[in-house]
Design a protein around this ligand. Structure first.
Ligand SMILES: Cc1cc2nc3c(=O)[nH]c(=O)nc-3n(C[C@H](O)[C@H](O)[C@H](O)COP(=O)(O)OP(=O)(O)OC[C@H]3O[C@@H](n4cnc5c(N)ncnc54)[C@H](O)[C@@H]3O)c2cc1C
Length: 317
Protein backbone atom coordinates (compact mmCIF):
# COMPACT_ATOMS: atom_id res chain seq x y z
CA UNK A 1 0.00 0.00 0.00
CA UNK A 2 1.54 3.31 -0.95
CA UNK A 3 2.07 6.09 1.60
CA UNK A 4 -0.51 8.46 0.11
CA UNK A 5 -3.30 5.84 0.28
CA UNK A 6 -2.44 4.92 3.86
CA UNK A 7 -2.40 8.60 4.88
CA UNK A 8 -5.79 9.20 3.23
CA UNK A 9 -7.25 6.14 4.98
CA UNK A 10 -5.97 7.03 8.42
CA UNK A 11 -6.39 10.84 8.40
CA UNK A 12 -8.38 12.10 11.39
CA UNK A 13 -9.71 8.63 12.13
CA UNK A 14 -10.30 7.55 15.74
CA UNK A 15 -8.46 4.27 15.30
CA UNK A 16 -5.18 2.56 16.11
CA UNK A 17 -3.36 2.07 12.82
CA UNK A 18 -0.32 -0.15 12.28
CA UNK A 19 1.39 -0.47 8.91
CA UNK A 20 3.10 -3.70 7.82
CA UNK A 21 1.64 -5.32 10.94
CA UNK A 22 2.65 -8.89 11.89
CA UNK A 23 -0.48 -11.06 12.18
CA UNK A 24 1.06 -14.27 13.58
CA UNK A 25 0.49 -13.12 17.16
CA UNK A 26 -3.19 -12.49 16.36
CA UNK A 27 -3.87 -16.09 15.29
CA UNK A 28 -3.97 -19.41 17.12
CA UNK A 29 -1.69 -20.99 14.50
CA UNK A 30 0.89 -18.34 15.46
CA UNK A 31 2.43 -18.33 11.99
CA UNK A 32 2.13 -16.27 8.80
CA UNK A 33 3.05 -12.88 7.40
CA UNK A 34 2.09 -9.23 7.78
CA UNK A 35 -0.92 -7.10 6.90
CA UNK A 36 -0.31 -4.00 4.80
CA UNK A 37 -2.49 -2.19 7.35
CA UNK A 38 -4.03 -3.34 10.63
CA UNK A 39 -6.75 -0.97 11.82
CA UNK A 40 -8.45 -1.08 15.22
CA UNK A 41 -11.24 1.52 15.28
CA UNK A 42 -12.23 2.98 18.63
CA UNK A 43 -15.80 3.86 17.69
CA UNK A 44 -18.57 2.66 15.41
CA UNK A 45 -18.36 5.97 13.50
CA UNK A 46 -14.65 5.44 12.83
CA UNK A 47 -15.39 1.92 11.61
CA UNK A 48 -18.09 3.21 9.25
CA UNK A 49 -15.82 5.92 7.88
CA UNK A 50 -12.94 3.49 7.39
CA UNK A 51 -15.14 1.03 5.48
CA UNK A 52 -16.28 3.87 3.18
CA UNK A 53 -12.70 5.05 2.60
CA UNK A 54 -11.53 1.51 1.81
CA UNK A 55 -14.38 1.09 -0.65
CA UNK A 56 -13.56 4.40 -2.35
CA UNK A 57 -9.89 3.43 -2.58
CA UNK A 58 -10.89 0.00 -3.95
CA UNK A 59 -9.06 -1.78 -1.12
CA UNK A 60 -9.84 -5.24 0.16
CA UNK A 61 -11.05 -5.38 3.78
CA UNK A 62 -10.72 -8.47 5.96
CA UNK A 63 -12.10 -8.81 9.48
CA UNK A 64 -10.01 -10.54 12.12
CA UNK A 65 -11.74 -12.00 15.16
CA UNK A 66 -9.69 -13.94 17.69
CA UNK A 67 -7.85 -15.72 14.85
CA UNK A 68 -8.90 -19.20 16.00
CA UNK A 69 -10.13 -20.33 12.59
CA UNK A 70 -7.63 -18.57 10.40
CA UNK A 71 -4.41 -19.33 8.53
CA UNK A 72 -2.52 -16.25 7.34
CA UNK A 73 -0.07 -17.27 4.64
CA UNK A 74 3.62 -16.30 4.84
CA UNK A 75 3.19 -13.85 1.95
CA UNK A 76 0.90 -11.75 4.20
CA UNK A 77 -2.23 -9.87 3.15
CA UNK A 78 -2.92 -6.79 1.10
CA UNK A 79 -5.49 -4.09 1.87
CA UNK A 80 -6.80 -3.50 5.38
CA UNK A 81 -7.29 -5.96 8.22
CA UNK A 82 -9.83 -4.76 10.80
CA UNK A 83 -9.72 -5.87 14.40
CA UNK A 84 -12.62 -4.94 16.68
CA UNK A 85 -10.79 -5.21 20.00
CA UNK A 86 -11.37 -1.71 21.41
CA UNK A 87 -13.88 -1.27 24.29
CA UNK A 88 -16.69 -0.08 21.97
CA UNK A 89 -16.72 -3.57 20.45
CA UNK A 90 -15.84 -5.81 23.40
CA UNK A 91 -18.42 -4.95 26.06
CA UNK A 92 -21.71 -6.79 26.26
CA UNK A 93 -25.02 -5.62 27.75
CA UNK A 94 -27.48 -7.86 29.56
CA UNK A 95 -31.19 -7.24 28.92
CA UNK A 96 -30.58 -4.36 26.50
CA UNK A 97 -33.70 -2.21 25.87
CA UNK A 98 -35.50 -4.19 28.58
CA UNK A 99 -35.47 -7.44 26.57
CA UNK A 100 -35.45 -10.14 29.28
CA UNK A 101 -32.74 -12.83 29.28
CA UNK A 102 -30.88 -11.34 26.33
CA UNK A 103 -27.27 -10.31 25.78
CA UNK A 104 -26.26 -7.74 23.20
CA UNK A 105 -22.73 -8.74 22.23
CA UNK A 106 -20.65 -6.57 19.88
CA UNK A 107 -18.46 -8.51 17.43
CA UNK A 108 -15.26 -8.15 19.43
CA UNK A 109 -16.65 -9.81 22.57
CA UNK A 110 -14.64 -12.83 23.73
CA UNK A 111 -17.20 -15.65 23.65
CA UNK A 112 -15.57 -17.63 26.47
CA UNK A 113 -15.54 -14.61 28.80
CA UNK A 114 -19.19 -14.01 27.92
CA UNK A 115 -20.04 -17.67 28.55
CA UNK A 116 -18.56 -17.41 32.05
CA UNK A 117 -20.49 -14.19 32.71
CA UNK A 118 -23.76 -15.80 31.54
CA UNK A 119 -23.20 -18.79 33.82
CA UNK A 120 -22.60 -16.47 36.80
CA UNK A 121 -25.71 -14.48 35.84
CA UNK A 122 -27.81 -17.70 35.64
CA UNK A 123 -28.41 -17.55 31.90
CA UNK A 124 -28.48 -20.77 29.89
CA UNK A 125 -27.93 -21.22 26.13
CA UNK A 126 -24.21 -20.73 25.53
CA UNK A 127 -22.66 -23.78 27.28
CA UNK A 128 -22.19 -25.51 23.89
CA UNK A 129 -19.40 -22.96 23.30
CA UNK A 130 -17.23 -24.21 26.21
CA UNK A 131 -13.67 -24.75 24.96
CA UNK A 132 -14.26 -22.98 21.62
CA UNK A 133 -12.04 -19.89 21.33
CA UNK A 134 -13.83 -17.16 19.39
CA UNK A 135 -14.89 -13.57 19.09
CA UNK A 136 -18.63 -13.07 18.79
CA UNK A 137 -18.22 -11.96 15.16
CA UNK A 138 -16.13 -15.01 14.22
CA UNK A 139 -18.41 -17.45 16.06
CA UNK A 140 -21.49 -15.96 14.39
CA UNK A 141 -19.89 -15.97 10.92
CA UNK A 142 -18.83 -19.66 11.28
CA UNK A 143 -21.87 -20.77 13.30
CA UNK A 144 -19.30 -22.29 15.65
CA UNK A 145 -20.25 -25.24 17.80
CA UNK A 146 -20.15 -29.02 17.88
CA UNK A 147 -21.71 -32.07 19.50
CA UNK A 148 -23.62 -29.96 22.07
CA UNK A 149 -25.09 -27.39 19.68
CA UNK A 150 -23.94 -24.27 17.91
CA UNK A 151 -24.03 -20.53 18.54
CA UNK A 152 -26.87 -20.08 16.04
CA UNK A 153 -29.15 -21.94 18.50
CA UNK A 154 -28.90 -18.95 20.87
CA UNK A 155 -29.02 -16.14 18.30
CA UNK A 156 -32.03 -13.83 18.20
CA UNK A 157 -30.65 -11.45 15.54
CA UNK A 158 -27.42 -10.19 13.98
CA UNK A 159 -26.44 -6.74 12.70
CA UNK A 160 -24.08 -6.41 9.74
CA UNK A 161 -22.37 -3.35 8.30
CA UNK A 162 -21.63 -3.10 4.58
CA UNK A 163 -18.86 -1.28 2.67
CA UNK A 164 -20.93 1.94 2.70
CA UNK A 165 -21.18 1.77 6.50
CA UNK A 166 -24.90 0.88 6.34
CA UNK A 167 -26.28 -1.35 9.08
CA UNK A 168 -28.77 -4.13 8.46
CA UNK A 169 -30.42 -6.26 11.16
CA UNK A 170 -31.10 -9.94 10.33
CA UNK A 171 -33.64 -11.76 12.53
CA UNK A 172 -32.90 -15.41 13.34
CA UNK A 173 -35.48 -16.78 10.89
CA UNK A 174 -33.84 -14.86 8.00
CA UNK A 175 -30.42 -16.41 8.67
CA UNK A 176 -29.63 -19.77 7.05
CA UNK A 177 -27.65 -21.32 9.89
CA UNK A 178 -26.16 -24.68 8.96
CA UNK A 179 -23.07 -26.76 9.73
CA UNK A 180 -20.23 -24.23 10.38
CA UNK A 181 -22.00 -21.69 8.17
CA UNK A 182 -24.28 -18.74 8.82
CA UNK A 183 -25.31 -17.74 5.31
CA UNK A 184 -25.01 -14.07 6.37
CA UNK A 185 -23.88 -11.60 3.69
CA UNK A 186 -20.10 -11.23 3.40
CA UNK A 187 -20.33 -7.92 5.31
CA UNK A 188 -18.81 -7.13 8.66
CA UNK A 189 -20.76 -8.53 11.62
CA UNK A 190 -21.29 -5.65 14.05
CA UNK A 191 -23.21 -7.28 16.90
CA UNK A 192 -25.16 -10.38 17.81
CA UNK A 193 -28.20 -10.42 20.10
CA UNK A 194 -28.48 -13.66 22.08
CA UNK A 195 -31.76 -14.92 23.51
CA UNK A 196 -31.01 -17.07 26.56
CA UNK A 197 -33.14 -18.77 29.24
CA UNK A 198 -32.92 -18.53 33.03
CA UNK A 199 -31.00 -21.34 34.76
CA UNK A 200 -29.34 -22.23 38.05
CA UNK A 201 -25.73 -20.87 38.09
CA UNK A 202 -24.31 -23.95 39.89
CA UNK A 203 -25.97 -26.38 37.47
CA UNK A 204 -24.86 -24.29 34.50
CA UNK A 205 -21.28 -24.21 35.74
CA UNK A 206 -21.31 -28.02 36.04
CA UNK A 207 -22.69 -28.35 32.50
CA UNK A 208 -20.09 -25.91 31.10
CA UNK A 209 -17.21 -27.75 32.80
CA UNK A 210 -18.45 -31.15 31.58
CA UNK A 211 -18.56 -29.92 27.98
CA UNK A 212 -15.11 -28.33 28.35
CA UNK A 213 -13.74 -31.58 29.80
CA UNK A 214 -15.15 -33.56 26.85
CA UNK A 215 -13.29 -31.27 24.44
CA UNK A 216 -10.10 -31.29 26.48
CA UNK A 217 -10.07 -35.11 26.55
CA UNK A 218 -10.44 -35.46 22.77
CA UNK A 219 -8.63 -32.44 21.28
CA UNK A 220 -5.11 -30.96 21.59
CA UNK A 221 -6.34 -27.59 22.92
CA UNK A 222 -2.85 -26.43 23.95
CA UNK A 223 -1.23 -26.85 20.50
CA UNK A 224 -0.97 -24.13 17.83
CA UNK A 225 -3.91 -24.99 15.58
CA UNK A 226 -7.21 -23.62 14.33
CA UNK A 227 -9.34 -26.47 15.63
CA UNK A 228 -10.60 -28.81 12.92
CA UNK A 229 -8.83 -28.01 9.66
CA UNK A 230 -11.36 -29.76 7.39
CA UNK A 231 -15.13 -29.77 7.14
CA UNK A 232 -16.85 -33.09 7.70
CA UNK A 233 -17.81 -34.19 4.16
CA UNK A 234 -21.32 -35.24 3.16
CA UNK A 235 -21.70 -39.01 2.63
CA UNK A 236 -23.81 -40.37 -0.28
CA UNK A 237 -26.77 -40.85 2.12
CA UNK A 238 -26.70 -37.11 2.93
CA UNK A 239 -25.26 -37.43 6.44
CA UNK A 240 -21.94 -35.85 7.47
CA UNK A 241 -19.02 -38.17 8.02
CA UNK A 242 -16.04 -37.37 10.27
CA UNK A 243 -13.10 -35.90 8.34
CA UNK A 244 -10.88 -36.75 11.33
CA UNK A 245 -11.81 -40.42 11.07
CA UNK A 246 -11.06 -40.46 7.32
CA UNK A 247 -7.64 -38.88 7.96
CA UNK A 248 -6.96 -41.32 10.79
CA UNK A 249 -7.92 -44.32 8.60
CA UNK A 250 -5.59 -42.97 5.92
CA UNK A 251 -2.78 -43.48 8.49
CA UNK A 252 -1.93 -39.82 8.89
CA UNK A 253 -2.04 -39.27 12.66
CA UNK A 254 1.36 -37.85 13.65
CA UNK A 255 2.38 -37.25 10.00
CA UNK A 256 4.46 -34.11 9.59
CA UNK A 257 5.56 -31.79 6.82
CA UNK A 258 8.12 -29.07 7.55
CA UNK A 259 6.92 -27.18 10.59
CA UNK A 260 3.39 -28.61 10.54
CA UNK A 261 2.01 -31.93 11.77
CA UNK A 262 -1.20 -33.90 12.15
CA UNK A 263 -2.08 -34.21 15.83
CA UNK A 264 -1.67 -37.71 17.26
CA UNK A 265 -4.68 -36.98 19.49
CA UNK A 266 -7.21 -35.79 16.89
CA UNK A 267 -6.49 -36.32 13.17
CA UNK A 268 -8.49 -33.28 12.04
CA UNK A 269 -6.24 -30.97 14.08
CA UNK A 270 -3.24 -29.86 12.06
CA UNK A 271 -0.79 -27.99 14.26
CA UNK A 272 2.18 -25.71 13.63
CA UNK A 273 5.49 -25.82 15.48
CA UNK A 274 6.63 -22.53 17.07
CA UNK A 275 9.08 -21.88 14.22
CA UNK A 276 6.73 -23.40 11.58
CA UNK A 277 5.57 -21.65 8.43
CA UNK A 278 2.01 -21.12 7.29
CA UNK A 279 2.89 -22.57 3.91
CA UNK A 280 3.89 -25.84 5.63
CA UNK A 281 0.36 -26.01 7.07
CA UNK A 282 -1.19 -25.33 3.65
CA UNK A 283 1.07 -27.85 1.93
CA UNK A 284 0.30 -30.48 4.59
CA UNK A 285 -3.41 -29.79 4.06
CA UNK A 286 -2.96 -30.56 0.35
CA UNK A 287 -1.12 -33.82 1.14
CA UNK A 288 -3.93 -34.86 3.53
CA UNK A 289 -6.59 -34.08 0.91
CA UNK A 290 -4.75 -36.21 -1.69
CA UNK A 291 -4.24 -39.15 0.71
CA UNK A 292 -7.87 -39.11 1.86
CA UNK A 293 -9.04 -39.04 -1.75
CA UNK A 294 -6.71 -41.91 -2.69
CA UNK A 295 -7.76 -44.02 0.31
CA UNK A 296 -11.49 -43.27 0.45
CA UNK A 297 -12.42 -41.54 -2.84
CA UNK A 298 -13.74 -38.61 -0.76
CA UNK A 299 -12.83 -34.93 -1.24
CA UNK A 300 -12.44 -32.97 1.98
CA UNK A 301 -12.38 -29.19 2.00
CA UNK A 302 -10.82 -26.70 4.39
CA UNK A 303 -12.98 -25.29 7.18
CA UNK A 304 -10.31 -22.82 8.22
CA UNK A 305 -10.26 -19.41 6.49
CA UNK A 306 -7.02 -18.86 4.54
CA UNK A 307 -5.76 -15.35 3.86
CA UNK A 308 -2.97 -14.48 1.43
CA UNK A 309 -2.19 -11.83 -1.16
CA UNK A 310 -2.51 -14.26 -4.03
CA UNK A 311 -4.79 -16.84 -2.40
CA UNK A 312 -8.31 -17.22 -3.77
CA UNK A 313 -10.64 -19.10 -1.39
CA UNK A 314 -13.01 -21.67 -2.89
CA UNK A 315 -16.76 -21.61 -2.21
CA UNK A 316 -17.69 -23.95 0.68
CA UNK A 317 -20.28 -26.68 0.14
C1 LIG B 1 -8.22 -25.18 20.04
C2 LIG B 1 -9.38 -24.86 19.12
C3 LIG B 1 -10.56 -25.56 19.23
C4 LIG B 1 -11.63 -25.27 18.38
N1 LIG B 1 -12.79 -25.98 18.50
C5 LIG B 1 -13.86 -25.64 17.72
C6 LIG B 1 -15.12 -26.30 17.86
O1 LIG B 1 -15.28 -27.21 18.69
N2 LIG B 1 -16.15 -25.90 17.07
C7 LIG B 1 -16.00 -24.88 16.17
O2 LIG B 1 -16.99 -24.54 15.49
N3 LIG B 1 -14.82 -24.25 16.01
C8 LIG B 1 -13.75 -24.59 16.75
N4 LIG B 1 -12.57 -23.96 16.57
C9 LIG B 1 -12.45 -22.91 15.55
C10 LIG B 1 -12.80 -21.51 16.06
O3 LIG B 1 -12.81 -21.50 17.45
C11 LIG B 1 -14.18 -21.05 15.54
O4 LIG B 1 -14.30 -21.17 14.14
C12 LIG B 1 -14.45 -19.59 15.93
O5 LIG B 1 -15.76 -19.28 15.56
C13 LIG B 1 -13.49 -18.62 15.24
O6 LIG B 1 -13.79 -17.32 15.73
P1 LIG B 1 -12.69 -16.18 15.61
O7 LIG B 1 -13.22 -14.95 16.24
O8 LIG B 1 -11.40 -16.66 16.10
O9 LIG B 1 -12.66 -15.96 14.03
P2 LIG B 1 -11.36 -15.73 13.13
O10 LIG B 1 -10.54 -16.96 13.10
O11 LIG B 1 -10.69 -14.48 13.51
O12 LIG B 1 -12.07 -15.53 11.71
C14 LIG B 1 -12.74 -16.62 11.11
C15 LIG B 1 -13.58 -16.08 9.94
O13 LIG B 1 -14.61 -15.25 10.47
C16 LIG B 1 -14.53 -13.96 9.89
N5 LIG B 1 -14.87 -12.95 10.90
C17 LIG B 1 -14.36 -12.79 12.13
N6 LIG B 1 -14.95 -11.75 12.76
C18 LIG B 1 -15.85 -11.24 11.87
C19 LIG B 1 -16.76 -10.15 11.91
N7 LIG B 1 -16.90 -9.35 12.97
N8 LIG B 1 -17.51 -9.93 10.80
C20 LIG B 1 -17.41 -10.71 9.70
N9 LIG B 1 -16.57 -11.75 9.61
C21 LIG B 1 -15.79 -12.01 10.69
C22 LIG B 1 -13.07 -13.80 9.45
O14 LIG B 1 -12.95 -12.81 8.45
C23 LIG B 1 -12.76 -15.20 8.99
O15 LIG B 1 -13.26 -15.40 7.68
C24 LIG B 1 -11.49 -24.25 17.41
C25 LIG B 1 -10.28 -23.53 17.31
C26 LIG B 1 -9.23 -23.84 18.16
C27 LIG B 1 -7.95 -23.05 18.04
Amino acid sequence: MNASISTTLAQGLDAIIEMDAPLAGHTWFGVGGNADMLARPRTQEALQELLRRCHNANLKVRVLGSGANLLVLDEGVDGVVLKLDQPAFTQWTFNADGKANTVLAPAGVDVLKLLNACVRQGLDGLCQMAGIPASMGGATRMNAGGKYGCIGDAIHSVATMNHRGEIQVHPHNAIQFSYRHSGLPQDLILWTLLQLTPGDPAALRKKMLEIYQFKKDSQPLAQQSAGCLFRNPIAPDGTRTSAGRLIDLAGMKGFSHGGAFVSAEHANFVCAHKDGRANDVLELARVIQERVFTCHGVSIEMEVAVWGRSYEPKEKK
